[in-house]
Design a protein around this ligand. Structure first.
Ligand code: FES
Length: 162
């Protein structure tokens, strides 16, 4: 990890919150916005700055699924498995994507090029089943669309590594 992720940048962020109560989630959000995830090596400095116990900080971090403790993949697929998407075949589409992109049960491929994160109803059920490919919505996806989605994901991963 580059020094800046745990060095001066983190120190100045934590100075802003030093000794304040009820700000832990805000701190996590700020760190994740800056680095794409909350590195585990930030737990101790956060605990010290907020006068909390490290296990409490760690437990809170891992309780909320919105926070990442590892770098995000190059291509992030957020797959809705809410009731309507599920009913319209989202689980099968997810399994096809996982198989072809080598995504394991932890939600990431071994090289961290691809990741799938399950979300619940995204509020656009008229587009079900839907997913987000690096933040861009793809609606009314069917099994026939998966080949195109996989090719698109591979192109995005290649671009990310150039
Ligand atoms: S269930 Fe997927 S958008 Fe509503």
């Amino acid at each position: 990890m580059p020094e800046s992720r745990t060095g001066e940048g983190l120190e100045s962020l934590l100075r802003e919150f030093q000794g304040r109560k009820g700000v832990l989630l805000e701190v996590f959000h700020r760190i994740q916005d800056a680095y794409g995830y909350v590195p585990p090596e930030t737990i101790e400095p956060i605990a010290k700055a907020l006068h909390m116990h490290s296990p409490t900080v760690y437990g809170t971090l891992t309780f909320y699924t919105e926070f990442r403790t590892a770098p995000p993949p190059d291509v992030q697929i957020n797959m809705c498995l809410g009731p309507t998407c599920h009913e319209r075949g989202a689980e099968v589409i997810k399994q096809i994507l996982e198989h072809h992109l080598d995504i394991a049960s932890n939600g990431s491929s071994p090289d961290n090029a691809y990741g799938i994160h399950v979300v619940q109803c995204a509020g656009h059920c008229h587009m079900a089943p839907l997913l987000y490919l690096n933040g861009e919505v793809r609606g009314r996806v069917d099994v026939g669309d998966t080949r195109r989605l996989i090719e698109e994901a591979r192109r995005q991963a290649e671009t990310a590594n150039q």
